[in-house]
Design a protein around this ligand. Structure first.
Ligand SMILES: [Ca+2]
Ligand SMILES: [Ca+2]
Ligand SMILES: [Ca+2]
Ligand SMILES: [Ca+2]
Length: 654
């Protein structure tokens, strides 16, 4: 009941005092830019009109294959968000999240504080033409909230089967979550049964996946074009009448859906070892550091151990093999492996970390200013020769380690918005502590603004740099005034704010913002996957207080003179710069090249992470067919007739 509680505090504060409502606040997101872009691309390619022929059993999806939209070979709609950021302790990496954001990436137009029908995740037609067969079961896992927002009591998660006889969807199962009563209620309509699950604590109920097994036990469903679907009801909380906070809410995460025959009601074991969360940075505190600072950092900031978190979803006791591989994405070296080994006798249904000494250091090449690495964590758990192909997607997890010109605590994806809101916060300040491992010039910052309803976010602000005293901000050493989010024009991504003075720093310092006369919140991206609130402070009455919210505001200090966001491979200082855009990214079968101010023939070369050329050509065409290139990370180097050349990174997913 966090949302309702805040609302009560709000009402109370307005009535009795003027300043007690002034507070730091978290909001959900109002848009999902990734969904928006990917859905538009599908519409353009009319992918949703693909073959309607029934698919055959088994139907398996654990959402580990790719992030973004549901796999169109299994699902018909684009409303669920496939992601690794919002769930906690998923059965396998990646889940389908049902929420209050539609397939265009926006809050539903009919959204209100009363429960409204929101997302649908509808299966394609499945051949269940097995009349009289009582061994057909659908199983899945679900979690109410996770690291996202908990559903309110009437925000139901529903499972429906399509009945061909009556040509309608039958509700067969649903769940309701009550944070106030710390309970989750499951109703199985087919078997007329209700279960109530109580949590020891609300966190332990909100951050736990429940397994469900439902029969498909009537001949009205056992047809050659059976379908099932998940739906959710959502409701915006009352405080969301405040526009800068109107936001996504009521997350239900679904994972590891299996529909098959020859099963029974006790068939809860899945013969699979999975990876359950993404691997992280090789640095202790940072996701990214300036490459120029790396020699000063490597001795103190590299992790001593590195790990991967596995789950045994079955009842056997396997010895899965694991290892880590580091690929140099700049094409400047061969891949290196470390930490190969086994975890012996992994207990049935257990979650266990595999932890090894971090026996790797990044190479330092003095005349290069930015470099990228891809770290892969691999679990080889081929338990049987008949292991379904679908169980292999959750055996690899990837992390991209960028060493450019900035420090980052955040993982680059925003799950919430952070700001200071209410009376008394008109001039309030927010500051985040960083450390420069060597003396260098702070050249500016990167900051990420979420998009909010009717641009309520677009208020004026200043950027400050503070020195540090006893872990808190002390004196302001630099201020940049007259900023607003409109002039940035770039919501939902990092923008660069260069400084107009040379600020030389070494050691601890703070960067942050101050609002210029507004009670609205400056809705800055908040990453819930990296916890750094020990370094995050706010101040609305002269006193610095530590943030209570677990996460990281998305702000990054940039060092050195050169402001650069895109890294190239085999950088050559003599190269002329060619401006072009590529889209979509991630791409599937077609990569579009948008050459700015250039309508002539150009040449391109696509490299893989080893620096090998996988495709090249001279062309006038603006679209490149990449359907014959395997999914993965690639670089495209485009050269025009003046020999101006630029390289960009892109990802192919399918
Ligand atoms: Ca999964
Ligand atoms: Ca959605
Ligand atoms: Ca697996
Ligand atoms: Ca994140």
């Amino acid at each position: 009941m966090r949302k309702k509680l805040t609302y009560i505090v709000f009402a109370f504060a307005i009535l009795f005092t003027n300043n007690s409502f002034a507070q730091e606040a978290l909001s959900g997101l109002q848009t999902n830019p990734l969904i928006k872009g990917l859905h538009q691309k599908r519409l353009d390619q009319k992918e949703t009109l693909k073959s309607k022929a029934s698919i055959s059993l088994p139907f398996i999806d654990d959402f580990a294959k790719s992030v973004g939209l549901p796999d169109s070979s299994l699902w018909l709609d684009d409303m669920a968000f496939i992601n690794v950021s919002y769930p906690d302790s998923a059965p396998s990496i990646g889940v389908a999240t049902l929420d209050a954001i539609n397939s265009s990436g926006m809050i539903y137009e009919n959204a209100s504080s009363l429960p409204f029908s929101a997302d649908t995740l509808t299966s394609k037609q499945i051949n269940l033409n097995y009349p009289g067969d009582n061994t057909i079961f659908l199983s899945f896992y679900y979690e109410p909230g996770g690291l996202g927002d908990s559903p309110d009591p009437k925000d139901t998660l529903i499972l429906e089967y399509y009945s061909l006889d009556s040509t309608r969807w039958d509700k067969v199962w649903y769940a309701n979550f009550s944070e106030a009563d710390s309970m989750l209620i499951e109703t199985n309509i087919l078997e007329n049964q209700t279960d109530t699950i109580y949590g020891d604590t609300i966190i332990n109920l909100k951050r736990k996946f429940q397994q469900v097994l439902i029969p498909v036990n009537k001949d009205q469903y056992r047809k050659d074009n059976f379908q099932f679907r998940f739906r959710n009801y959502a409701s915006l909380s009352s405080e969301e009448s405040n526009e800068s906070r109107a936001s996504n809410s009521d997350h239900w995460h679904i994972d590891f859906i299996i529909l098959n025959k020859d099963r029974s009601i006790s068939d809860t074991a899945i013969n699979d070892i999975s990876i359950i969360e993404p691997i992280a940075s090789l640095f202790k505190n940072y996701d990214a550091v300036p490459y120029k600072h790396y020699p000063s950092i490597m001795n103190t900031e590299m992790k001593e151990t590195y790990s991967i978190l596995n789950r045994n979803l079955g009842n056997s006791t396997p010895n899965p093999k694991r290892k880590f591989i580091v690929y140099n994405l700049s094409g400047l070296g061969e891949p290196e492996e470390f930490g190969e080994g086994e975890l012996n006798d992994m207990s049935p249904f257990s979650t266990q970390p595999y932890k090894v000494p971090l026996e790797y250091v990044f190479p330092f090449i003095p005349n290069i200013d930015s470099i990228s690495f891809e770290i892969q964590g691999i679990t080889d758990a081929n338990l049987t020769s008949t292991e379904p192909e679908e169980y292999k997607w959750n055996d690899t997890t990837r992390f991209i380690q960028n060493l450019f010109n900035y420090y980052a605590y955040d993982d680059g994806t925003s799950e919430n918005g952070f700001g200071l809101i209410g009376e008394g916060t008109e001039q309030a300040m927010v500051a985040m502590r960083f450390n420069s491992f060597q003396e260098d010039t702070l050249s500016g910052i990167q900051i990420y603004f979420n998009q909010t309803l009717d641009n309520a976010n677009q208020i004026d602000y200043k950027i400050h740099v503070w020195d540090e005293l006893n872990g808190k901000p002390n004196s302001i050493i630099y201020t940049l005034e007259g900023l607003d989010t409109i002039s940035s024009g770039n919501l939902n991504k990092f923008i660069i704010i260069p400084f107009d003075e040379k600020i030389v720093l070494n050691g601890s310092f703070f960067i942050g913002w101050q609002k210029e006369d507004s009670r609205e919140m400056l809705n800055v991206g908040f990453d819930v996957n990296r916890i750094n609130n020990d370094k995050l402070f706010y101040n609305n009455n002269g006193e610095w207080k530590q943030s209570q919210y677990e996460g990281t505001i998305m702000i990054r200090p940039m060092f050195g003179h050169k402001v650069e966001v895109v890294t190239g491979i085999n950088k050559n200082p003599e190269d002329l710069n060619l401006e072009f855009n590529i889209y979509p990214n991630p791409a599937q079968d077609i990569l579009n090249i948008d050459l700015i101010n250039n309508f002539e023939i150009y040449s391109y070369a696509i490299f893989d992470s080893y620096g090998r050329v996988v495709s090249n050509n001279n062309t006038y065409e603006s679209s490149i067919d990449i359907s014959n290139i395997n999914p993965g990370i690639y670089f495209i180097r485009v050269t025009n007739s003046d020999n101006a050349t630029t390289t960009k990174k892109f990802i192919i997913i399918r």
